[in-house]
Design a protein around this ligand. Structure first.
Ligand SMILES: Cc1cc2nc3c(=O)[nH]c(=O)nc-3n(C[C@H](O)[C@H](O)[C@H](O)COP(=O)(O)OP(=O)(O)OC[C@H]3O[C@@H](n4cnc5c(N)ncnc54)[C@H](O)[C@@H]3O)c2cc1C
Length: 465
């Protein structure tokens, strides 16, 4: 192992999808990178997950798509069901195609490719404990090595990709980084990977991922039914964090017992996890540090998918790091460009979806059944909308059309109001401030949109009573 008594250009904490991507592109840009993870090398990539990832990210970053043992099965679309499952919205377009992956094999490959790209130092079994500061600027990470020794590792820039419960985010001395996530902005999940003899049970729609909305069986979240192959499934559910019961019991009752009927079932993997479902951190940077992936709440708020955005975040952070190192300036102002890239490229979409998610969580099963059962959405319309590339509008159109004709005009008005707020917040994000100086005013404008939606949800609930 190389000497640790030096100043790295970049220390990347966490070698998951976000960290491995950040390290790879930082190394490709010629930076001296140290990548570390608390897990042993052969476990990097393992994670309780739905294992679904879209195609787009591989083209965008020019990374080979999953193949061979890494690929469980290709996916050609998504099916969204209301609680009574009498009808589904089928989405079959380039945006919905992708893969179900073998999570650990995929993670191992990303790690291998990062190391091949030139990461100079890789430390596994190494725990990041805290940040090191010089003159109030982050200048490294306090770590505990495999042998128990504690060391201050020094760097020009730290990229934190250590996941939702990042110890570094919690300890940062910052006015603009939120340390904690609210319980209402995350969902608690439980899932199993099950396999059964082919003749015992058929996997339904083996080329689609299926999502079932149901406020009683999966309050505040949804049930997922993802094929692994023709005789295995990744199946689970997500619910409100403060649901108050055991999520595993809900899974057994409403997922396993309802969807698995084979007599011989092997559970290959099981476990729970927490997925953030909100817009990204207000700011993903401060002096000498950038946050990537789950550590920065960079997830799609509608379904909790975070593999793609963590890889995008890692890529953008690496580009910003390369430019900062070249200029010799690692201040928040210099790193601010990373915020701009995140907020403009996917933060805008995620902020709009965050508003939609909040409203969907407040709808009842009968609202969902009625809305989704109406045959008001065609596959060609979705394709047309998807082609415009405006996901905010396309999702709104989906929600609006699905609810058109509802016997509750108040709900229609609410959804129209939601559309306006989604458009407005996306616009505000697209004009993310180029420097931190006007950031407080920008933040206030975002807050106003949230307040308006919160008020709408309160009114919607009280009208229902
Ligand atoms: C149940 C569930 C299902 C999901 N399903 C999907 C899905 O189908 N598709 C999808 O796209 N997303 C899904 N997600 C979300 C997705 O898994 C995450 O968004 C994504 O993995 C985030 O990647 P990351 O690199 O930011 O963090 P992680 O993958 O969590 O990686 C963080 C890394 O940091 C390391 N680490 C943590 N703490 C320290 C420390 N102190 N010191 C050193 N190393 C540390 C960890 O060991 C880990 O390797 C799901 C999430 C859950 C919980």
């Amino acid at each position: 192992m190389e000497s640790l008594d030096k100043v790295f250009d970049v220390i990347v904490v966490g070698a998951g999808t976000g960290g491995a991507t950040a390290a790879r592109f930082a190394a490709q840009n010629g930076l001296d990178v140290c990548l570390l993870d608390r897990k042993p090398r052969n476990e990097i990539g393992s994670k309780i997950c739905g294992d679904a990832v879209g195609k787009e990210i591989f083209t965008l970053l020019n990374i080979k798509p999953p193949r061979g043992e890494e690929l469980s099965c290709p996916i050609i679309g998504a099916k969204l069901y209301p609680p009574n499952r009498e009808k589904c919205i089928e989405m079959k377009d380039p945006k919905q195609t992708g893969y179900i992956i073998d999570r650990i094999k995929f993670g191992q490959r990303l790690l291998k490719e990062a190391l091949e790209a030139g990461v100079n130092t890789f430390l596994d079994n190494t725990m990041a404990l805290d940040l090191v500061y010089t003159n109030k600027i982050v200048s490294g990470v306090k770590i505990k090595l495999e042998n128990g020794e504690k060391v201050d590792l020094k760097s020009k820039i730290v990229i934190d990709a250590s996941g939702l419960y990042s110890p570094l985010r919690k300890k940062i001395e910052s006015d603009i980084i939120e340390k904690e996530i609210s319980d209402t902005d995350a969902i608690l999940c439980y899932r199993e990977i099950v396999t059964f003899p082919k003749q015992d049970q058929e996997v339904q729609d083996p080329q689609y991922i299926s999502i079932i909305l149901d406020q009683e069986k999966a309050p505040g979240g949804y049930i997922w039914y993802f094929p692994k192959d023709d005789h295995s499934l990744n199946i689970g559910l997500g619910v409100y964090m403060n649901y108050g019961g055991k999520v595993k019991d809900l899974y057994k009752k409403h997922v396993y017992n309802e969807f698995i009927n084979a007599s011989e079932v092997k559970i290959l993997s099981s476990g729970g996890g927490v997925a953030p479902v909100r817009r990204p951190l207000w700011s993903c940077v401060d002096n000498g540090i950038m946050f990537v992936g789950d550590a920065a709440f960079q997830v799609n708020p509608l379904h909790g998918g975070g593999i793609d955005p963590s890889m995008r975040g890692g890529y953008y952070a690496a580009l910003t790091a390369a430019s900062a190192i070249e200029s010799g300036d690692y201040s928040m102002e210099k790193l601010w460009d990373y915020n701009c890239k995140v907020m403009i490229n996917f933060g805008a979409e995620f902020a709009a979806l965050d508003l939609l998610r909040r409203v969907l969580q407040s709808l009842s099963n009968s609202d969902l059944n009625f809305g989704l059962q109406k045959d008001l959405l065609t596959a060609s319309e979705i394709l047309q909308i998807a082609e415009t590339g405006d996901l905010t509008l396309s999702l709104w159109d989906m929600a609006f059309k699905a609810f058109k004709g509802i016997m509750r005009p108040d709900l229609l008005l609410d959804l129209n109001y939601l559309r306006l707020r989604m458009n407005e917040i996306a616009k505000i994000y697209k004009h993310f401030p180029k420097t931190s100086k006007t950031f407080p005013q920008w933040k206030e404008r975002v807050r106003e949109q949230y307040k308006k939606i919160e008020k709408m949800i309160i009114d919607l609930k009280s009208n229902r009573k």
